[in-house]
Design a protein around this ligand. Structure first.
Ligand SMILES: *[C@@H]1O[C@H](CO)[C@@H](O)[C@H](O)[C@H]1NC(C)=O
Ligand SMILES: *[C@@H]1O[C@H](CO)[C@@H](O)[C@H](O)[C@H]1NC(C)=O
Ligand SMILES: CC(=O)N[C@H]1CO[C@H](CO)[C@@H](O)[C@@H]1O
Length: 139
């Protein structure tokens, strides 16, 4: 009987724990924030990249994370950038996001933004996700 109670309680605990349903390692996300800060300090040139701030302002959905990964992957030349890309990849995999599908629905933006602004948006969106425990599926 006691064992039964324990099993039931565990099941309830899993139901109310948002990370149980959508496991995302916060360590991994915090690591991206650290890397981003460090990388921003090292950036000594001004780079323009595709402007995806509208996706950040639209709720930091999966489309934002996929797009940022796409942009940084194309841009990545040295280790700081590649580290961010690698951690984003882990995050995307752990969140079961299918970026190939997601990106089909996101057209290219005709505006550009500075790389540090993109990274700023990324940090904001990660903090938001850490806070909510999940990303709402903005289309
Ligand atoms: C990495 O590359 C960026 C430009 O792509 C450069 O500004 C930065 O200084 C580089 N960082 C290191 C540690 O080489
Ligand atoms: C994204 O970056 C833009 C440009 O820096 C800024 O105006 C906007 O407030 C940022 N949005 C979020 C959610 O961080
Ligand atoms: C899948 C999931 O857990 N979505 C939730 C994410 O957080 C928002 C806001 O707290 C909820 O409304 C969603 O249901």
């Amino acid at each position: 009987m006691e064992m039964m109670m324990f099993v039931l309680m565990s099941a309830v605990a899993m139901l109310i724990n948002p990370y149980a349903a959508n496991p995302v390692s916060n360590d991994n996300l915090n690591r991206i924030i650290d890397l981003t800060e460090k990388y921003n300090r090292d950036l000594n040139e001004r780079f323009f990249v595709e402007d995806v701030s509208y996706l950040a302002d639209n709720g930091c959905g999966n489309n934002f994370f996929c797009k940022v990964h796409d942009i940084l992957q194309k841009h990545a030349k040295n280790n700081s950038e590649k580290d961010i890309v690698r951690n984003l990849e882990i995050f995307i995999k752990e969140s079961d996001i299918n970026c190939k599908e997601v990106l089909k629905k996101v057209g290219p933006s005709d505006k550009e933004q500075l790389l540090p602004d993109l990274l700023g948006n990324l940090t904001k969106c990660i903090q938001r996700r850490n806070f909510m425990g999940n990303v709402t599926q903005a289309a």
